[in-house]
Ligand binder design. Structure first.
Ligand code: NAP
Length: 244
């Protein structure tokens, strides 16, 4: 059986991707920064109900040593790593003029450095297997910029460059690497916005509604599937027509 690892998958978009890949038949390696993140939900039960194996791996993906131990444990548990989804991400918003250095560095380290850590380590496994699928979570903020998110936009724009680089470096080994760039999706991350901010976003969306986590998971499932075998180095926006 093939296996998939999804970072930051205790809740939100990551949990929806994990459940969708379980429905597609993958054994699932869940990851989050703390065990507590799994206590308030039933994601493990939902995944095992699909008839696949599921294990939790607690690791801070911004730390290379954590990732190294996790990737070894996942490989030992499942035998292979066929799909890597780099989903873990945080926001620490603020206008540039008022942003603290720590606020900038933290977001870069969790959102961007983590993607290097995981692609390097899992990429080595996939190169030896001569097959693999990597999908990275970017954002429309990384494509177009967003006021109040210089740290987040920088990290998500970097992910696009990293995705294209890895697509070029690993393509000849049968490994594809793509990114999705969600717009405004209903999750705990976007629940933090004020009603005024939410309304302002909806006004800009052609489909006049927020996206659902399952609508991100469906595109990730496609990129991990056989149907996407000749798709690499691409960034797919999933935003209901936020920008065109
Ligand atoms: P979310 O609900 O906050 O889920 C992210 C998960 O990642 C949380 O469980 C979080 O745990 C975990 N995490 C944070 N830091 C971690 C670390 N160092 N190591 C391991 N796990 C960590 O976010 P989401 O809205 O589902 O977003 C998922 C991804 O999609 C992110 O990369 C985000 O930038 C991207 N995205 C989201 C939207 C949107 O509208 N929601 C739009 C564009 C892009 P904690 O709660 O403990 O931090």
């Amino acid at each position: 059986m093939a296996a998939a690892i999804i970072t930051g998958s205790a809740r939100g978009i990551g949990a929806a991707i994990a459940l969708r890949l379980a429905k597609d038949g993958y054994d699932i390696a869940l990851n989050d920064i703390s065990e507590a993140m799994f206590e308030s939900n039933d994601i493990v039960e939902k995944i095992t109900a699909q008839g696949v194996k599921c294990e939790k791996f607690i690791a801070d993906v911004s730390k290379y040593s954590d990732c190294e131990a996790m990737v070894k444990a996942v490989k030992d548990t499942f035998g292979s790593i066929d799909v890597l989804v780099n989903n873990a991400g945080i926001t620490r918003d603020g206008l540039m003029a008022r942003m603290a250095e720590e606020q900038y560095d933290l977001v870069i380290s969790v959102n961007q450095k983590s993607v290097f850590n995981m692609m390097k380590l899992v990429g080595n496994v996939m190169m030896r297997q001569r097959s693999g699928r990597i999908v990275n979570l970017s954002s429309v903020a990384g494509v177009y910029g967003n006021p109040g998110q210089i740290n987040y936009s920088a990290s998500k724009a970097a992910i696009i460059g990293m995705t294209k680089t890895v697509a070029k470096e690993l393509g000849s080994r049968g490994v594809t690497c793509n990114a999705v760039a969600p717009g405004f999706i209903k999750t705990p991350m976007t629940d933090k916005l004020t009603d005024e901010q939410k309304k302002a976003m909806i006004d800009l969306i052609a489909m006049k509604r927020y996206g659902e986590v399952e609508e991100i998971a469906g595109v990730v499932s496609f990129l991990a599937s056989k149907d996407a075998s000749y798709v690499t180095g691409q960034v797919i926006e999933i935003s209901g027509g936020l920008m065109m």
